[in-house]
Design a protein around this ligand. Structure first.
Ligand SMILES: Cc1cc2nc3c(=O)[nH]c(=O)nc-3n(C[C@H](O)[C@H](O)[C@H](O)COP(=O)(O)OP(=O)(O)OC[C@H]3O[C@@H](n4cnc5c(N)ncnc54)[C@H](O)[C@@H]3O)c2cc1C
Length: 352
């Protein structure tokens, strides 16, 4: 039995499909549009920063390929720290499988997905919310960075180890993640503010050759945008935004999966608590404000790192271990950064 309430969702990536599943399970009827209605094919590093509820969700949906506990942090190709966590900070997931699961379960609850990308019209009769979940495609291209991702076979990686290698002068990074627990599948790639996908591709291949002195056999390669410079706006003209469409992406890490799930969960809870559109919009804005501040701070960190250029290397090397622990777990806040500045006043010189 439906509640007679309808939510319209534009975009069924990780945020939109999770929202559709959550709401349709509570008898809210969902209308959704996605140009890729049959299959989600956007590439990703497939890492999701864990939170207790996210870990339960990933286990429930059986999408975990491996957990990441060991991190090698580099700047311009030189290792500045290695961090081994007791408990995993990330899961590497079958993201396409997860989105298919959300879409399939929502379809069982009555969701009908229309293939297409119609204009986002304001709320119509019976609609309690219109949601923009179009990811980077909700933003102008000027806010995008193209990231190039390669999925490959190898004989020699480690199923629990990830490399993040920052190139602040280029405004981006190279990554190498495991894609299975045996270390025989890897996901690597790169993305830079100042260059396109072709340059990111050659950069990534050059780096991976240095990291794995072995034949790397690509299985799948593709590029997609991340709107790391987008505005952060979660409600506008009666349209509510989740995930990257709301600008909720951690620019300094290229992390959008956890913010996508967190914002979709917050919106689902807000919709279930109130069906008055005005109240709903106000509450959602408030509920998602911590995530929005985190995204805002990450834009500043990215810009600061880019401004530091080559000095970033010695700056990053002087940061305490707790910085990397927090960074890797998606827990950097202004309060934390101030506490670091108070404990290590020598760091201030890098900002002068
Ligand atoms: C190569 C690469 C690697 C990445 N690696 C990681 C990582 O390891 N960890 C991490 O946390 N983040 C990563 N990210 C970022 C992460 O993938 C995104 O931030 C995340 O997918 C955003 O989720 P979303 O639901 O907001 O949008 P998306 O997942 O982008 O979904 C948007 C949906 O909207 C649909 N759509 C597009 N246009 C329209 C339209 N006009 N109307 C209706 N629907 C539309 C699309 O088909 C898609 O289904 C990576 C991104 C890239 C490109």
């Amino acid at each position: 039995m439906g509640t007679g309430k309808t939510v319209r969702i534009h975009g069924l990536g990780i945020s939109g499909s999770y929202l559709a599943w959550r709401l349709s399970s509570e008898s809210i009827s969902i209308r959704a549009f996605d140009p890729a209605a049959n299959v989600y094919s956007k590439p990703c590093g497939d890492a999701i920063t864990l939170r207790p509820w996210i870990r339960r969700l990933l286990e429930e949906t059986s999408v975990i390929k491996t957990y990441v506990k060991r991190f090698i942090i580099r700047v311009n190709g030189s290792t500045i720290t290695e961090h081994k966590a007791g408990e995993p900070y990330w899961a590497i997931v079958d993201k396409h499988g997860m989105i298919s699961y959300f879409r399939r379960e929502a379809a069982r609850n009555g969701l009908k997905i229309a293939r297409g990308s119609p204009e986002l019209k304001p709320r119509g009769p019976g609609e309690i919310a219109v949601v923009d979940a179009r990811g980077p495609y909700a933003h102008p291209r000027e806010s995008w960075v193209y990231a190039y991702r390669i999925l490959a076979r190898t004989a020699k990686w480690h199923g629990d180890t990830a490399i993040l290698d920052f190139y602040p002068s280029l405004g981006g990074l190279y990554w190498l993640f495991p894609a299975d627990s045996e270390g025989t599948l890897i996901n690597f790639g790169a993305g830079f503010l100042n260059s396109g996908p072709a340059a990111a591709r050659s950069f990534a291949f050059e780096r991976v050759k240095a990291d794995i002195n072995d034949t790397v056999t690509p299985i799948d390669e593709r590029a997609a945008p991340i709107a790391i410079l987008s505005n952060i706006v979660v409600v506008e003209r009666g349209i509510v935004r989740v995930g990257e469409a709301g600008g909720l992406v951690i620019s300094s890490a290229g992390e959008g999966n956890r913010p996508g799930l967190e914002s979709a969960r917050l919106l689902a809870e807000t919709v279930l608590a109130s069906d008055d559109p005005g109240v709903l919009e106000k509450r959602y804005r408030r509920n998602v404000s911590r995530l929005a501040s985190e995204a805002r701070l990450s834009r500043s960190l990215l810009q600061t790192a880019a401004r530091m250029g080559d000095r970033f290397s010695s700056f990053a090397g002087s940061l305490p271990d707790s910085f990397w622990e927090n960074y890797l777990q998606g827990r950097i806040s202004l309060r934390y950064l101030l506490s670091v500045a108070l404990r290590k006043p020598g760091l201030i010189k890098y900002f002068l």
